[in-house]
Design a protein around this ligand. Sequence first.
Ligand code: SAM
Length: 261
Amino acid sequence: MGYYEALAGGGPLTAPELAARTGTQARYAREWLEQQTVAGILAVENEGAPAEARRYFLPPGHDEVLAQPDSLNYLAPLAQMLAGAVRPLDRVLQAYRQGGGVPLEAYGADFREGQGRVNRVMFLAQLGSEWLPAIPDLHARLQADPPARVADLGCGAGWSSIGIALGYPKVVVDGFDSDLPVIVSEAQGGSGDGGSEGSVAFEPESRSETPRAADKVSSSVEGTPQGGRRSGLQPRQRRPGAAGLAVVRGPIKRTASTRIG
Ligand SMILES: C[S@@+](CC[C@H](N)C(=O)[O-])C[C@H]1O[C@@H](n2cnc3c(N)ncnc32)[C@H](O)[C@@H]1O
């Protein structure tokens, strides 16, 4: 609902003010504000005021965890992941009793989006500039010629692929994921949000196919984002459960959603 963001951006706020800014109902906003305050997450500026006039705010430090996506301490998407984690509970129970498994797509958009959002800052801020440089041989190869070709298996929302390309401008990263909507949703609203002015493309791939060779991959790309709000990407398929292939070509400029801080 954007409550934390509204408080971080414009607090302290009363319940009616919060409701107005987020397009929600004041009665429910008040319930939420009071619960969050009793739980110690929010604080009240004027405790003695009538309920509707009490002004709530995020105490220092809390906003970083709850409303700052570019902070390494940002954890708000874990709540979104929790909502997704319990979605197929009946299927999980059935699997425990009868065997078999529960496919990732059964967990739905909240789980995959939450995963992408909670990991984004680490991949953009640390993967290509701290984690991989800590492996000397790999670091040297990723900087060397001929340019390395990286396969990012299970790339999810694609932030890890972009993080590698940011850290190593020469490399070409192919990100693979068996869950197409993970990649497609980021292509449409995440990394495609003007986030990469290098070439980032998302391509559906048959689950049974092995990763294709570089030339063939690039020749099958249908669009590349050039900045701006929309990516311009047109994935050929949006079939849940279909596999996806992300192709990330450096150099990637840091803009919009790939810029940290
Ligand atoms: C734990 S998530 C991690 C996603 C991403 N790397 C991140 O850290 O945000 C694992 C990912 O692996 C993908 N995956 C699982 N099995 C796969 C397979 N056999 N082939 C390709 N992707 C797979 C899932 O769809 C999921 O997006």
